[in-house]
Design a protein. Structure first.
Length: 673
């Protein structure tokens, strides 16, 4: 079961109705502190059966007179094939049993009617002078009528009930058998709703199903777990600290070791017996972790008594460290976050079993160095392979540049907390201004840097790789990639030398246009390139980045038309018909490039078309066109995306020469440290 979107209203700082669209893997809520990110995550927890609203804490302060209908949290979920098939099979099985009882009841009625008829005949044959009164026919039971939206009571056999109770139960049966459902009659989505302070969670779209089926279906409802920021990993514990909700890391370790945390108080007293039990538990711990964690196979884990205190501690034997045991709390940030989150989630799953989980993280990695936050992105990516993951952050380094469509922007306004579900579409400035940050700082922490010539080049490169990744055409992870324009040749030379002095030194590559200016730039920085062994690429003769982007006719040309329409309005001209303007640009393009076959000069064409069609004076901004192109490209349906050979060759060169890593489970990357 996957969460599709959530509607929230009247909850804490969220006064007006807010709709959050949720990605199938990772969703990122961006926003500054105290703007409602935590409230949004907390609201989702009320989709758990055991999380009712609290009147004082959860009802919006300006909605105190609406406690019957607010707070409101509605979650829309899509069902898996397994779940829809279970519904079909379980409902039809329940209906078959119900129909069997209906048929039995019919036969009983027929037998009663036959007996009544025979009794009536016998009465007529008696002496007319007899004073014996006729026996009245047994009245027919009242039935509930055909099944519509109300559920039928499940078939529950209760021994030793009196006859009146059995008759009452049978009276609830429909008069006619129910038809069995077909595959298309089972819902593919369900809705969970909690409405009003004192209301229970309601499962909708299942009203026509038997009560027994509705009740059993609850086992498929996902468990929503809220994970607070991990600021410190405690790898030793006392008996009192092992309770549910306390030291969840060590609680998870106990579960991995085959120990019940709530029944382990006696283990903390060090005796020969408890030492033996911990030794056997350590063997179980190693076996369990190796089965579920292939990258930790070289590590040996050991539970032991603390020699001076009544505590149990976790020790790790690492083959790379000969003189001492190592502590999980002393490992790298990537290791610590992956191992601790994995173990904490295991504890949550043991304490709250469910078919699936939705994981919520509030400000994960907030105290980590930017490089540690890059590692944490990979941890969350790995967790999302099994569970939908949502995290809220105000850190620029927790923005996932590889998947821009995952991000949502939250802001506090006079009307309460509001959500902008699409900050990624060409409007990153809204995100950055809200977070109080700038993108230029990210190059200081990038492990892979591509220096380009024009200011529009980074926009195109990021957008194209992002789209190729989302469409499954390539598998690069660009979170540690910085693409930066150098504008002038002297800037390129200075940046090359500065980056070379950075420790650790990033992988650097240089791309220039295929014109005279590109040749001169390479000549200017040639000494630095040779000295540091930096790869460089000059694009084919007389071409620029614009000539290498995908779907030029389908995406780039309409982007030029959109940008020129804006320029026309700014110049005081009448707002053009954008549909017709796009057609005019496509016609102009087809005259320049036969059947849309582009070889070179797309940027030059855009400048001439802007003048010929839009009457724009001077060349239009390449950055402005690039922005419109990126918007259209990212909004394009992935099934329609085409990655031409020119574009693929450019991406492959960046991958190889800037050593940009491929997407892969974080487990491999982090635990190889």
């Amino acid at each position: 079961m996957k969460l599709k979107h959530v509607t929230i209203e009247g909850y804490r700082s969220i006064r007006q109705q807010m709709k959050l669209f949720v990605e199938p893997n990772v969703t990122v809520v961006l926003g500054p502190n105290d703007h409602g990110k935590t409230n949004l995550l907390n609201a989702l927890q009320h989709l758990n059966i055991d999380r009712p609203f609290a009147n004082d804490a959860d009802l919006n302060w300006d909605s105190s007179d609406k406690a019957e209908s607010l707070p409101l949290v509605i979650g829309h979920f899509t069902l898996s094939e397994k779940e829809t098939q279970w519904l079909l099979d379980a409902e039809n099985k329940a209906r078959e049993e119900l129909n069997r009882r209906i048929e039995e009841r019919k036969k009983e009625r027929e037998e009663v009617d036959t007996e009544d008829a025979e009794d009536a005949e016998d009465t007529e044959d008696t002496d007319e002078t007899s004073t014996q009164l006729p026996v009245p026919a047994k009245p027919k039971p009242v039935t509930a009528g055909p099944l519509q939206s109300k559920s039928v009571k499940p078939n529950v056999s209760v021994p030793d009930t009196d006859e009146d109770e059995e008759d009452d139960e049978e009276d609830d049966l429909p008069t006619e058998p129910l038809p069995l459902l077909k595959a298309g009659e089972v819902p593919s989505e369900i809705t969970l709703q909690r409405k009003g302070v004192k209301r229970d969670l309601t499962v909708m779209e299942l009203e026509r199903f038997q009560e027994s089926v509705q009740k059993e279906f609850r086992k498929f409802l996902p468990r929503i777990e809220f994970i607070n920021p991990i600021t410190r990993l405690s790898d030793n514990v006392s008996a009192d600290e092992l309770g549910e909700g306390k030291n969840e890391f060590m609680r998870g370790i106990f579960y991995y070791a085959g120990l019940e945390p709530d029944e382990s108080a006696a283990l903390f007293e060090q005796t020969d017996r408890t030492q033996m039990k911990l030794t056997r538990a350590s063997d179980r711990l190693n076996t369990t972790l190796r089965e579920s964690w292939s990258q930790g196979k070289d590590l040996l884990f050991r539970l032991s008594h603390h020699s001076k205190e009544t505590r149990i501690e976790l020790q790790i034997e690492d083959p790379s460290v000969e003189s001492t045991y190592v502590r999980a709390s002393h490992r790298s940030s990537g290791f610590t976050h992956y191992f601790s989150l994995k173990t904490i989630l295991h504890a949550r799953q043991k304490d709250h079993p469910a078919e699936s989980y939705i994981l919520l993280f509030d400000e994960p990695g907030v105290f980590l160095h930017p490089s540690g936050q890059f590692d944490l992105l990979q941890v969350l990516e790995t967790l999302s392979m099994e569970s939908q993951t949502l995290y809220a952050t105000h850190s620029l380094f927790m923005i996932n540049k590889t998947f821009p469509t995952r991000h949502r922007l939250i802001m506090k306004t006079p009307e309460g907390t509001m959500l902008d579900s699409k900050p990624y579409i060409g409007r990153w400035h809204a995100v950055l201004s809200t977070l109080g940050l700038t993108l230029t700082g990210s190059i200081l922490f990038a492990n892979h840097v591509v220096l380009t010539e024009g200011d529009s080049d980074p926009i195109y490169i990021y957008a194209v790789i992002q789209k190729a990744v989302s469409a499954g055409k390539c598998h690069l992870d660009i979170n540690s990639l910085a693409v930066m324009s150098t504008s002038e040749s002297k800037n390129a030379d200075v940046l090359l030398r500065l980056l070379h002095e950075t420790k650790p030194e990033p992988h650097i590559a240089v791309i220039t246009d295929g014109d005279k200016g590109g040749k001169e730039r390479l000549r200017y920085v040639n000494a630095a390139l040779k000295e540091y062994g930096i790869p460089e690429k000059q694009l084919p003769k007389d071409t620029a980045i614009e000539d290498h982007v995908p779907m030029i006719r389908e995406i780039y040309v309409p982007a030029v038309a959109t940008y020129v329409a804006k320029l026309m309005v700014l110049d005081g001209k009448t707002k053009p018909d954008e549909v017709q303007l796009e057609k005019d640009f496509l016609s102009h393009f087809d005259k320049k490039f036969e059947k849309g076959k582009v070889t070179q000069g797309v940027a030059e064409w855009a400048a001439s078309a802007a003048t010929d069609i839009g009457g724009v004076e001077g060349k239009p901004s390449k950055v402005g066109i690039a922005r419109e192109y990126a918007i259209r490209l990212l909004e394009l349906d992935n099934r329609e995306f085409k990655l031409e050979s020119r574009t693929k060759a450019l991406i492959d060169w960046i991958h190889e020469n800037a050593s940009v890593p491929e997407l892969h489970p974080a487990e491999r990357k982090i635990l190889d440290e």
